[in-house]
Design a binder for this molecule. Structure first.
Ligand SMILES: Cc1cc2nc3c(=O)[nH]c(=O)nc-3n(C[C@H](O)[C@H](O)[C@H](O)COP(=O)(O)OP(=O)(O)OC[C@H]3O[C@@H](n4cnc5c(N)ncnc54)[C@H](O)[C@@H]3O)c2cc1C
Length: 467
């Protein structure tokens, strides 16, 4: 009889649970090792502090999750998440002006990150063969530079260590992953790492939505204009479960948002449009204001190592984390987990598979990295390499396409496909998008936020003088 094939996944965050779901279709047993004790409900926890801030799950990511765990979207909607059509349900101020609310071509799932994680975890743990070991920390992989055979773990309560044997160890331990260090300890060369840091900071508060706002209230986003030479300041109003509005304000170095009550709304009011502040200024705050500075773009090029140990793979933020303004991290890692399943299905777990997996995981990362760092390098005092002349040319084209997207539907569709990670970057240079960009804007953008009269009336439950 074939011995049981066992994978250990380090980290029970989104990357870990989705990787486990993908692996469970091909291996008999998958153990998720998570250092936190996980809540039995949509509640905050220590290991994912960014969960307090707005988390947009684009249709590209939602589809990937659905492929791995069918029924997850319905489970999220049943728990109060909203499905928001895009761009019809998006009130977006871009660097070039307000975007028209073109008919829906994509969508997003709007909910708290706590709800998303809980629902996905519940679905993943219901897969045959998936086991969760909580309160257990992954210390280091065990094996050689040629082959990893397990992982040393430590019980967070007792301090006892032991080894879990595995055919595959997946590191999904997030931004603070020590995978690079583990590989050099095994004798492999250092992993090249790139950081582009605009000094972006986030501040977030949840408000009670006006009772009349309804379940189809749009997402409001005010973006910075990187061309004005000032720190980039922006804001998002995200309708989430429980008839609540989650408001995140953000700013790059020199323009960081305040985390005190007195100045939170004042900052929102002084954005390129005051719409977010005006919608919530009379709303009841339900939480304190939470800040975050863990927003630098950080990419580790594991796929470039000449040698790679069999039985070891790194996924999620442990590979690349991005400026969160574009909301890419979760959708990219979900696509990566799908790739894990496809490659295991095609090649099985044999010598060379881990390396193949690591290379496949780098592909979706590359496009997201370009999106996130492309704009960031334009802000003042950014730390990181300057863009090459090819990158600058690409940026000019993309900028033109985005400007055209405000008034030409073909450009808007390409932009939304790219934003929602529903198509590769190549979509931006498809024939229709290219033609639209060459023709350029067809009309000036709307001068006011494109909220309907009905939406404004519904919002007036708390915003007497809403825009
Ligand atoms: C402020 C902010 C806003 C964001 N907004 C968005 C957004 O709008 N849309 C989007 O798609 N993405 C967004 N992101 C990115 C998103 O949060 C990440 O891409 C995603 O959480 C990465 O998941 P992960 O599982 O790789 O890592 P994490 O979510 O960091 O999970 C890592 C897990 O590993 C556990 N762990 C760590 N070390 C160990 C260990 N040694 N042993 C065992 N367990 C361990 C941790 O407890 C945790 O459970 C945002 C990020 C930030 C910082």
């Amino acid at each position: 009889m074939r011995p049981t094939r066992h994978a250990v996944v380090l980290g029970g965050g989104l990357a870990g649970t989705l990787a486990a779901a993908a692996l469970a279709r091909h291996l008999e047993k998958v153990t998720i090792v998570e250092r936190d004790v996980l809540p039995d409900g949509p509640e905050p926890r220590r290991g994912v502090p960014q969960a307090r801030h707005s988390h947009l799950l684009w249709s590209g990511g939602a589809r990937a999750i659905e492929t791995l765990l069918p029924g997850t979207t319905d489970a999220l909607l049943a728990a109060g998440a909203r499905r928001i059509g895009l761009p019809s349900g998006l009130v977006l101020l871009t660097a070039h002006g307000w975007m028209r609310r073109w008919p829906e071509t994509q969508f997003m799932i709007a909910c708290s990150r706590d709800l998303l994680d809980w629902v996905v975890r519940r679905q993943a743990l219901a897969q045959p063969g998936v086991v969760l070991r909580q309160g257990l920390r992954g210390v280091e992989p065990v094996g050689t530079a040629e082959r990893i055979t397990g992982v040393r773990v430590r019980d967070e309560a007792s301090g006892e260590t032991s080894v879990l044997e595995a055919d595959l160890v997946v590191d999904a331990s997030g931004r603070a992953s020590r995978a690079g260090r583990w590989l050099t300890d095994l004798g492999l060369p250092p992993v090249h790492e790139m950081v582009v840091d605009s000094g972006l900071a986030y501040a977030t508060r949840i408000f009670r939505a006006p009772p009349a706002a309804g379940k189809d209230f749009p997402v409001i986003t005010v973006q910075a204009d990187p061309r004005d030479g000032r720190p980039g300041r922006g804001g998002v109003l995200l309708p989430i479960e429980g008839e609540r509005w989650l408001v995140t304000i953000s700013g790059t170095r020199g323009g960081e948002p305040p985390t005190d009550e007195e100045h939170f709304l004042e900052f929102a009011r002084r954005l390129r449009s005051p719409v977010v502040a005006e919608l919530v200024e009379d709303a009841e705050p339900l939480t304190p204001i939470h800040g975050s500075h863990s927003t630098a773009n950080r990419r580790r090029y594991f796929e470039r190592l000449r040698a790679w140990p069999d039985g070891f793979v790194v996924i999620g933020d442990a590979v690349a984390a991005y400026n969160p303004v574009y909301g890419q991290g979760m959708s990219v890692l979900a696509g990566g987990a799908v790739a894990i399943g496809e490659i295991l299905g095609r090649h099985g777990l044999r010598p060379g598979t881990a390396r193949r997996l690591q290379r496949a995981l780098a592909r979706p990362v590359a496009g997201a990295w370009k999106t996130a760092t492309g704009q960031d390098v334009l802000f003042p005092d950014v730390v990181g390499p300057r863009p090459s002349s090819v990158d600058r040319l690409l940026l000019r084209y993309v900028d033109r396409l985005f400007e055209t997207a405000l008034s030409r539907r073909a450009a808007a569709e390409a932009f939304i496909d790219m934003l929602t990670l529903s198509a590769p970057m190549g979509r931006l240079i498809g024939p229709k998008a290219l033609l639209a960009a060459v023709r350029g804007p067809a009309a000036p953008p709307p001068s006011e936020p494109p909220l309907t009269a009905d939406e404004l009336t519904r919002a007036r439950g708390t915003a007497g003088n809403a825009p």
